[in-house]
Design a protein around this ligand. Structure first.
Ligand SMILES: Cc1cc2nc3c(=O)[nH]c(=O)nc-3n(C[C@H](O)[C@H](O)[C@H](O)COP(=O)(O)O)c2cc1C
Length: 184
């Protein structure tokens, strides 16, 4: 375990795509590398994977709303944005990209994004038609212009039984990008 990496923390926002189960593996790999992982899940994401999975794998509370708690009296989004060094959205839905590109902050993921000042990594994953939709591409360009690093999806098998572009970038590639950011 790298001592420098131990001091870094990542806010991992999981949004509601079919690839959200892969974020559990990413959480485990980051934790094994000594990174503190703080998971935020949109309500849609909790339809795909239970919060208990991320709680167990990260060892940290999982946030699924912006509601204030004893630990986060100013709201979970402010707590996460203030305490984490890096923000990663894996997977990032078309819906999340649209909201983030337009400054909406109506869920834990978009609110944390809007309150966060550090390095942001977005890993979109979606059906190939959603990916090539002009609005999605416009939103991605806006987010890149705003300083986000886009971890582009791959071509391959999609859950809608098609081959195409939109498959989440491999977890090993995402992991290596995030670890490099935490251990430059
Ligand atoms: C089975 C299923 C799979 C889905 N997969 C994706 C996906 O991979 N990418 C995506 O952008 N939306 C996907 N959606 C649609 C999102 O769940 C939907 O847009 C939702 O509102 C996203 O909410 P969120 O961005 O707040 O998490 C899927 C929906 C269903 C029912």
């Amino acid at each position: 375990m790298n001592a420098a990496a131990q001091s870094k923390s990542i806010c991992l926002c999981v949004t509601g795509g079919i690839a959200s189960y892969k974020a559990a593996h990413l959480t485990s790999r980051l934790t094994q590398a000594g990174i503190q992982v703080h998971v935020a899940m949109t309500p849609a994401a909790t339809d795909f994977v239970g919060a208990s999975t991320f709680l167990a794998l990260s060892g940290n509370p999982v946030h699924s709303s912006v509601g204030a708690t004893t630990e986060a009296p100013y709201g979970a989004h402010i707590h996460l944005a203030t305490h984490c060094d890096v923000l990663a959205v894996v997977p990032a839905t078309a819906n999340f990209l649209a909201k983030a590109a337009h400054g909406l902050a109506d869920c834990i993921a978009s609110a944390t994004y809007s309150a966060f000042d550090g390095d942001v990594f977005l890993a979109p994953a979606m059906n190939s038609s959603m990916w090539s939709n002009p609005a999605t591409q416009r939103n991605l360009q806006q987010l890149a212009d705003d300083g986000c690093q886009i971890l582009a999806p791959e071509e391959g098998w999609l859950s809608c039984r098609q081959q195409g572009t939109g498959r989440l970038q491999s977890i090993s590639d995402i992991l290596s990008t995030l670890l490099h950011c935490c251990n430059p």
